[in-house]
Design a protein around this ligand. Structure first.
Ligand SMILES: NC(=O)C1=CN([C@@H]2O[C@H](COP(=O)(O)OP(=O)(O)OC[C@H]3O[C@@H](n4cnc5c(N)ncnc54)[C@H](O)[C@@H]3O)[C@@H](O)[C@H]2O)C=CC1
Ligand SMILES: O=C(CO)COP(=O)(O)O
Length: 329
């Protein structure tokens, strides 16, 4: 695949803004598309995103609300919440050139259809090359130019390599992979586990409990990944273990913060404090998919039951601790 000189980022939220900054620093010609008129106006006029205050847009980034203008880019990054990715991919379908890489940067699984992000792209924009970018990377860190490594996967190895090359700037190091399913599955699953980790923090259960939760959570991620076709080395990599460790360890994660608020006794309705916690949306789908293949995921199941209002936090903790003893696997 020839080099990708222009990049369009669709979504001027926290992560979209950070990735636009990265692509601009990597020397690409960058267009940042934002659907919301107020947010787009703020991006264009103040040169900062409402979702990432204090970060000034690189001067070369062009802000637009015109999807057709953004669709001209050599590669497009879809940086919107997982549950609206279908809507954006569908709108793009008539506008893009054949074989344009469309890179999902959302972490989730679609409600109702159980589709992973690249499956939605393949369905809605069949002429595109679907890809996924995921890994341990907080938008605020990336936007500030702090060192970060992620994985970019596409079934077409040359495409994954070209995307990694296009997004590589001094501080942002993308590895490439062809294990699309493994990369997207890790990012979706870890968000649910990060809510559990937050609950441990909010309930003040201690550092030992947090380490146990993260480790047994990883065992669930690996079991789920095996059932859905992920490679083991991917689950041990940046987009699996790496992102799990990141988001299970700090309140910088919105999923972790959401769980911590639940652990402190806040209601499900207010615990996100208006921020996007993708694990809230992924938890029920993850459970449906785990049950469909008989995958045992007790921590994720407890999170899903808490979020569904079927189980209290205290009862969930007691339930996990009193499960029959078993061999470690
Ligand atoms: N913030 C972070 O540190 C990271 C976020 N991600 C993932 O990126 C995805 C987006 O997250 P953030 O940018 O952080 O969220 P955000 O809440 O900061 O921004 C969401 C963006 O989506 C746009 N949007 C919402 N509804 C839309 C619609 N119907 N059509 C078009 N655009 C719409 C918003 O206007 C906004 O630009 C999530 O799946 C998240 O898990 C991944 C890695 C890091
Ligand atoms: O995915 C992320 C970092 O890799 C961001 O995590 P949160 O969505 O929980 O803030």
């Amino acid at each position: 695949m020839s080099s990708l000189n222009s990049i369009a980022v669709l979504g001027g939220g926290a992560w979209g803004t950070a990735l636009a900054q990265t692509a601009a620093r990597a020397g690409r010609n960058v267009t940042l598309w934002e659907h919301d008129p107020g947010n787009a106006e703020h991006l264009a006029a103040a040169r900062e995103s409402r979702f990432l205050p204090g970060v000034t847009l690189e001067p070369s980034i062009r802000v637009t609300r015109d999807l057709a203008e953004a669709a001209h880019a050599d590669a497009l990054l879809l940086v919107v919440p997982a549950q609206v990715l279908r809507q954006v991919a569908t709108s793009l379908q008539p506008l893009i050139a054949p074989k344009t890489p469309l890179v999902a940067c959302a972490k989730g699984i679609e409600h109702g259809t159980h589709r992973f992000m690249t499956e939605i792209i393949a369905e809605c924009a069949p002429a595109a090359i679907p890809a996924i970018l995921s890994g341990p990377s907080f938008a605020a860190d990336v936007a500030r130019g702090l060192p970060t490594a992620v994985t970019i996967a596409a079934t077409d190895a040359a495409c994954a390599q070209a995307l990694a090359q296009a997004m590589n700037c001094g501080s942002f190091r993308p590895y490439h992979s062809t294990d699309v399913r493994g990369v997207e599955l890790g990012g979706a699953t870890k968000n649910v586990l990060a809510i559990a980790a937050g609950i441990v923090e909010g309930k003040k259960l201690g550092a030992s409990a947090l380490a146990a939760m993260t480790t047994r959570g990883f065992a669930e991620l690996v079991r789920f990944g095996r059932a859905y076709g992920a490679r083991i080395e991917t689950m041990h990599g940046l987009s699996g273990l790496g992102d799990l460790v990141l988001t299970c360890g700090t309140s910088q994660s919105r999923n972790f913060s959401f769980g911590a608020a639940l652990g402190r006794g806040e209601s499900i309705d207010t615990a996100s404090h208006g921020k996007l916690a993708e694990g809230f949306f992924t938890a029920p789908v993850l459970m449906e998919m785990a049950q469909a293949k008989g995958v045992e995921m007790p921590i994720s199941a407890a999170v899903a039951a808490i979020l569904d209002g079927k189980l209290g936090v205290e009862a969930a903790i007691e339930g996990l601790l009193t499960r029959p003893l078993k061999a470690e696997e």
